[in-house]
Design a binder for this molecule. Structure first.
Ligand code: GLV
Length: 370
């Protein structure tokens, strides 16, 4: 390399992956604080002529950033599958490719949604509090409260991309009936294969009840499901024909059964939090488990923190992909950090014959089609 490639990372994504860049002789600067850097610093670094920018979902990457990198910035490599913090239209306008880390967090996120569903339904948090607070006065058939089994219930999987499909596979293992809805994409082959495994489990005596899976309308999914789990990307009005912003709102919450529970591991703005807090307070639905929020970290005055709904509202800190290998492995087929770094290298070193449309982790390939 005649001139060192310069990279700025807005966050420490772990030495295992970053050392790959150091060993290649890149000039790498990592923002040292755990919090996100101010946007003005990102703009300043980009303006200074860096070749690559490593980002996380906390960094707003828009026209101002891309304009600052005009002629010098060659790639933005995001450590996340979701990229709603990156303005795709602006990236395309400046012809700067950006990459993401799909696939390696699919199972981690799906299992987290699955565990949240179980924790919520079986009231693990209030039950542990009872024990810890020394309020466990007796064993009793139904006092002080009961939870609900997940086995045999109906789950609505809203969004059947990678993570939704992985959740389906896990729910089938609990003999759940599965309703699928996706505003943009349906995978009938996968659903057919799951139905075949469900039928086999029943015929071989592994499942006691026959179970089923099918695509349906959002209305039917909301009206009939016991659990509703969200797996759609955040798409704001005007960004595509199928926006998901506030997909869960007063109207859709009121359509759910009063016993239904909502799980959100997708993006916070898919849910109208004010409407959800009210739905929990007024018992329109029975519970919610959230890992993502409109504003992160969750503000101190969020209505979701209302102590009156604490027993039925689980609040997690955007933690679904937070497993050691998932987050930090330098192997691009296992870890977000490895995949992030590889996406950056592909562009900066012109892998795939320098054809950006062939690079597997680039998102906005459309800007580079010949
Ligand atoms: C996490 O939320 C991600 O998009 O990777």
């Amino acid at each position: 390399m005649s001139q060192k490639l310069r990279v700025f990372a807005t966050c420490d994504i772990g030495d295992d992956a970053l050392n790959i860049l150091r060993q290649k002789g890149y000039d790498l600067e990592v923002y040292p604080q755990p919090e996100a850097p101010p946007k003005s610093l990102i703009v300043e670094k980009v303006k200074s002529g860096i070749d690559g920018l490593i980002t996380t979902l906390r960094d707003p990457i828009d026209a101002e950033v891309f304009a600052a990198g005009k002629g010098t910035l060659k790639v933005v490599a995001q450590l996340a599958v979701g990229f709603d913090n990156i303005n795709r239209a602006d990236a395309n306008k400046y012809k700067i490719p950006f990459t993401h880390t799909a696939d390696v967090l699919t199972e981690a996120t799906a299992e987290f949604a699955f565990f949240l569903m179980g924790a919520l339904a079986r009231k693990l948090w209030p039950a542990e509090h009872l024990t810890r607070n020394n309020q466990w006065g007796y064993w009793h058939p139904y006092l002080p409260f009961l939870g609900d089994e997940v086995t045999g219930k109906t789950v609505a999987v809203i969004g059947t991309g990678r993570i939704g499909l992985a959740l389906i596979k896990k729910c089938a293992g609990l003999d759940m009936n599965i309703l699928c809805f996706d505003p943009a994409y349906e995978n009938h082959e996968y659903i057919k294969a799951i139905q075949e495994t469900m039928d086999l489990r029943f015929h071989r005596g592994i499942s006691r009840e026959k179970t089923s899976i099918r695509y349906t309308s959002l209305q039917e999914a909301l009206r009939t499901a016991d659990f509703i789990s969200l797996h759609v990307p955040l798409v704001r009005e005007g960004e595509s024909g199928t926006p998901t912003y506030h997909l869960i709102n007063e109207t859709t919450l009121r359509a759910m059964k009063p016993t239904a529970m909502l799980i959100n591991t997708s993006r916070g703005p898919v849910v109208d939090e004010i409407a959800l807090a009210r739905a929990l307070r007024e018992n329109w639905i029975a519970g919610a488990a959230l890992d993502v929020y409109a504003k992160e970290p969750l503000p101190a005055d969020s209505p979701l923190r209302d102590p009156a709904i604490a027993d039925r509202c689980r609040l997690l800190p955007h933690f679904a992909s937070a497993a050691r290998i998932t987050r930090l492995s330098p192997d691009p087929n296992k870890g977000m950090a490895g995949r992030c770094v590889q996406g950056l290298i592909d562009v900066l070193e012109g892998n795939y014959g320098g054809d950006i449309t062939k690079m597997p982790y680039v998102v906005n390939k459309e800007a580079f089609a010949k």
